[in-house]
Design a protein around this ligand. Structure first.
Ligand SMILES: C[S@@+](CC[C@H](N)C(=O)[O-])C[C@H]1O[C@@H](n2cnc3c(N)ncnc32)[C@H](O)[C@@H]1O
Length: 365
C-alpha cells in the first residue's frame, strides 16, 4: 500500500531548515559543505531563522541530521501566494488537495498538522491546521477510500504549514517532535545552559581550527566545550567554573558526549586567569558569561573588566576571545581600553531577548 517507492524524485528538491534568528549564514555555509543544491536563500519571505535550499540533488537526510547549526529540517512539498483575507483558507485547502500526500501517508498513518502564522491575516494558525488537515484527509479518502487517523500527540508524520504574510508553505517536518538542538549528551542541565546550536556558532565565529587549544572559563554545563570538541576531532579544551556543582555537571556531559579525554575541567575564577593558568597559552577563549540579570551592576562590571583583562595574559597574540552577552556596550567599552580589536559583532535572538556575539582579537604587543 505504501507508495513511497513510486514517489517522483523531484517531489523533495526544496528543503527548509530552521535555526536561531541571526545564524542563517552559518547554516548556509554548513549546508554548502554538506549537500549539493542550486540556490540557498536566507530568511525566505522575511522568515527569520530559516534557510530555504532549492534544487537539491540527492538529498542525504542522514548527513543533514548531523549538522550542528540547524534545529529542524522540513522537506517542502510546495509553496504559493495566498490571500490574507478569510478566502485564503479555501485557497490553502484547494492547493493542498492537489499535493501527492498518498506517496507517504496511508490510511493507517497517524497525522498531525503543525501550523505557524506571521502577518495580519483574517485567520489563525489553528484555522490553517484545520484546512490543511482536511485536504490531506480528503485526498487519502479519495485515493484509498479510508480516512487516516489524526493524532496530535503521537503522529507518525508531522506536516508543517506556515503562512508568512502572503506566502503559504507546506512540507514534512522530519525532525518532529525532537528538534536537533536537543543533544543526547545533556545529562546534566545547567540552570542557564546555552542552546547547543548557539554554542556551535560561537565556536565557528571564534575562528577556531582543528588541533587548537581553547578555554571556556565560565563553562557551566560545558556546552561550548562539547560543541567545539565534537566539531574538531583534534581540538583540546579546558573548562572552568567558579561553582563546583556545575563543574561536576559539565563532567557528566563531557563524558556522555564521548570527549572526556580531550577536555580538562577545574573549579576556578575567571577574574584571575593569569593565576589559574600560569603556564598555558590558549588559541581561543570562548564563553557565555553571566548576563547580569540577577547580579548587582557593580559586580557585573568588575567581573567583565577583570575577565577581559586577565584573558590577555593567557591568550596568544592574534588569538580570539569570543563571548555572547546582552552587555554589548559594557563589553565593547572595556575592550576598547585594553589590547583588543573587535573583529566581529552580531545580534542574535534567543529565548525572547536579543544578545550579541562579540569576537575580540588580542593585538600583537
Ligand atoms: C550563563 S552560565 C554558562 C552556561 C554554559 N554555557 C552552559 O551551557 O551550561 C555562566 C556561568 O558563569 C559562571 N561564573 C560566574 N562568575 C564566574 C567567575 N568569576 N569565574 C568562573 N565562573 C563564573 C557561573 O557559575 C555560571 O555557571
Amino acid at each position: 500500500m505504501f507508495k513511497l517507492k513510486n514517489m517522483p524524485l523531484d517531489v523533495f528538491n526544496n528543503i527548509l531548515v530552521t535555526t536561531i534568528p541571526g545564524l542563517e549564514d552559518i547554516v548556509l555555509d554548513d549546508l554548502k559543505n554538506t549537500i549539493n543544491f542550486k540556490e540557498g536563500i536566507k530568511c525566505p519571505n522575511g522568515l527569520r531563522g530559516k534557510v530555504l535550499i532549492k534544487g537539491v540533488s540527492k538529498v542525504s537526510l542522514e548527513r543533514l541530521l548531523k549538522l550542528r547549526s540547524i534545529e529542524r529540517i522540513i522537506m517542502l512539498l510546495g509553496s504559493t501566494k495566498i490571500a490574507k483575507k478569510r478566502e485564503g483558507l479555501h485557497a490553502i485547502y484547494k492547493y493542498c488537495l492537489k499535493l501527492p500526500f498518498e506517496y507517504f501517508i496511508t490510511p493507517h498513518t497517524r497525522i498531525a498538522v503543525i501550523s505557524q502564522r506571521e502577518g495580519n491575516q483574517e485567520y489563525t494558525s489553528l484555522d490553517i491546521s484545520r484546512v490543511v488537515g482536511q485536504a490531506i484527509i480528503d485526498r487519502i479518502i479519495n485515493e484509498y477510500g479510508i480516512r487516516p487517523p489524526v493524532d496530535l500527540d503521537y503522529p507518525d508524520i508531522a506536516i508543517y504549514a506556515e503562512v508568512m504574510n502572503d506566502t503559504f508553505m507546506i512540507g514534512i517536518d522530519t525532525t518532529w517532535p525532537y528538534a536537533l538542538h536537543n543533544r543526547n549528551y545533556r545529562k546534566y542541565i545547567h540552570p542557564s545552559s546555552l542552546r547547543p546550536t548557539i554554542a556551535y556558532a560561537l565556536v565557528k565565529l571564534s575562528r577556531a581550527r582543528d588541533k587548537e587549544l581553547i578555554l571556556d572559563p565560565m563553562c557551566g554545563g560545558g556546552t561550548i566545550l562539547i560543541e567545539a570538541t565534537l566539531t574538531f576531532p583534534h581540538l583540546k579544551a579546558f573548562g572552568m567554573d567558579v561553582n563546583q556543582v556545575f563543574v561536576k555537571g559539565a563532567f557528566k556531559n563531557v563524558s556522555a558526549a564521548g570527549v572526556k579525554g580531550r577536555v580538562i575541567l577545574k573549579v576556578g575564577d575567571a577574574r584571575i586567569l593569569d593565576k589559574e593558568f600560569p603556564n598555558v597559552e590558549f588559541d581561543r577563549i570562548i564563553t557565555d558569561p553571566p548576563y547580569g540579570i540577577r547580579m548587582r551592576p557593580r559586580g557585573l562590571k568588575e567581573l567583565y573588566e577583570r575577565f577581559l583583562r586577565s584573558s590577555l595574559s593567557v591568550l596568544r597574540d592574534n588569538g580570539t576571545l569570543t563571548l555572547i552577552t546582552i552587555q554589548r556596550r559594557l563589553t565593547l567599552s572595556i575592550a576598547s581600553k585594553l589590547h583588543y580589536r573587535t573583529v566581529h559583532l552580531r545580534k542574535i535572538y534567543q529565548g525572547g531577548l536579543y544578545s550579541y556575539v562579540i569576537v575580540l582579537e588580542k593585538r600583537v604587543s
